[in-house]
Ligand binder design. Structure first.
Ligand code: FAD
Length: 377
């Protein structure tokens, strides 16, 4: 067993670090925005990192999108800017269904421009009344002559309004189909989502009898859910990567502060309780990092089959990021509370991670279900 990263992955980490350095001066401004920050998007385009999200034959870096490489990039970007991390991640989250099940024509039309970040992508699952219980969604797609008709509303969709394409999960008879919907289709309207504690490019989308080509479905009619599971298999592990990067950035801030500030004649970091908290943070981050990399490696071969592992990593790392950022704020005293100090930003940004792409309690339920099944078989 070798715990060292292959040189190809180290090169990708270096690329991500160069991109993060470019974004650093505009990170505070970008992370306050609910619309795409042009400077961050430019930096991302220039970095070429989005080419990790598509297969090599359509302009990608690897033969297929590589979950470990995606994880490593998110780890670096999230430590600098949640806005950059989200823009990067969405290029994969919103296109993986095309990579897996798109026709050659769909792949040729969309994947190269996604790799170049010329077109932004989005995945629309959630509705106002439907979150965790996704199968209860109400948006419907109906065949009509030579076309399909899409009607419904999606809520809290990342990149809504900015995306050139949406992968939309809709009810079709007894099943669910995943549809490729160009953002400029007549009948689509977008309104802003109320701003959340850690601003994010979010919108509410209405599909009003939108006409789509008969081949707009990705995969078989009614079988779109398996594509969503495959997407989550890869990208849940990558949320874990982002959570690890966020927690590491928080610990780095706390280390700097507690080594520089003297109380009771010693740096804070030498006071028993503070040094214990620093150590606990470091240990928890490393545990989550190892599980995250393992989940990402498992997802390389069969993302849907490894969803169990990705869920474990996402649960462990996002909960860890909550604990670590809370401790780091505590160690930094009142300075940890000041708006726009990096630690305050990280503390807020850690919170939504325990809710999106599977709330912690939902992940625990599915992990426990799998455990219980394994004892019966
Ligand atoms: C920043 C951000 C970005 C997002 N981007 C997107 C996007 O791009 N596309 C998209 O489709 N959606 C997106 N979402 C929506 C997100 O996926 C949902 O918020 C998430 O699925 C949870 O759904 P909900 O918020 O409706 O919570 P609910 O389903 O209402 O659940 C609320 C709480 O109830 C508990 N709970 C629910 N079900 C169970 C259960 N079975 N067992 C135990 N406890 C349970 C959990 O504690 C959960 O947090 C985004 C959300 C955020 C915050």
């Amino acid at each position: 067993m070798n715990f060292n990263l292959d040189p190809a992955y180290v090169t990708i980490q270096d690329q991500a670090q160069a991109c993060a350095r470019e974004i650093e001066p505009i990170a505070v401004e970008a992370d306050k925005m609910s619309e795409v920050h042009p400077g961050v998007l430019d930096a991302l385009r220039k970095s070429g990192l989005c080419s990790l999200m598509v297969p090599r034959r359509y302009g990608g870096t690897f033969e297929n999108p590589d979950p470990l490489a995606i994880c490593l990039v998110r780890e670096v970007l999230m430590g600098t800017s949640a806005h950059a991390d989200s823009l990067f991640a969405l290029q994969g989250i919103g296109s993986y269904g095309i990579t897996v099940a798109g026709t050659q024509k769909q792949c040729e039309r969309w994947l190269p421009s996604i790799a170049a970040a010329d077109d932004l992508a989005a995945l629309a699952l959630t509705e106002l009344e439907t979150g965790s219980d996704l199968k209860a969604l109400k948006t419907t797609v109906t065949p009509e002559g030579n076309c399909l008709r899409l009607t419904g509303e999606k809520s809290f969709i990342s990149n809504a309004g900015a995306a050139a394409l949406y992968l939309v999960l809709a009810r079709e008879k007894e099943g669910h189909s995943l549809l490729l919907v160009p953002g400029n289709s007549p009948g689509i309207s977008i309104t802003p989502t109320p701003e959340i504690i850690a601003p994010h490019v979010l919108g509410e989308i209405r599909f009003d009898n939108v006409e789509l080509a008969a081949n707009a479905r990705l995969g078989e009619p009614g079988k779109g859910f398996s594509l969503v599971l495959a997407t989550l298999g890869v990208f849940r592990a990558s949320v874990a990567g982002a959570a690890v990067g966020l927690a590491q950035a928080a610990l780095d801030e706390a280390l700097r502060h507690t080594n520089g500030r003297v109380q009771f004649g010693r740096p804070l970091s030498r006071l028993g309780a503070v040094s214990q908290m620093l150590a606990d943070c470091a240990v928890e981050i490393e545990m989550a990092r190892l599980l995250t990399y393992k989940a990402a490696c498992e997802a390389v071969n069969d993302p849907a089959a490894s969803l169990h592992y990705s869920s474990m990593a996402k649960l462990a790392a996002s909960e860890m990021a909550g604990r670590v950022t809370d401790r780091c704020v505590q160690m930094m005293g009142r300075f940890g509370l000041v708006r726009e100090n990096k630690i305050e930003r990280l503390y807020r940004q850690a919170r939504p991670m325990r809710i999106y792409e599977g709330a912690s309690e939902v992940l625990r339920e599915s992990i426990a279900k799998q455990l219980n099944q394994s004892i019966r078989t």
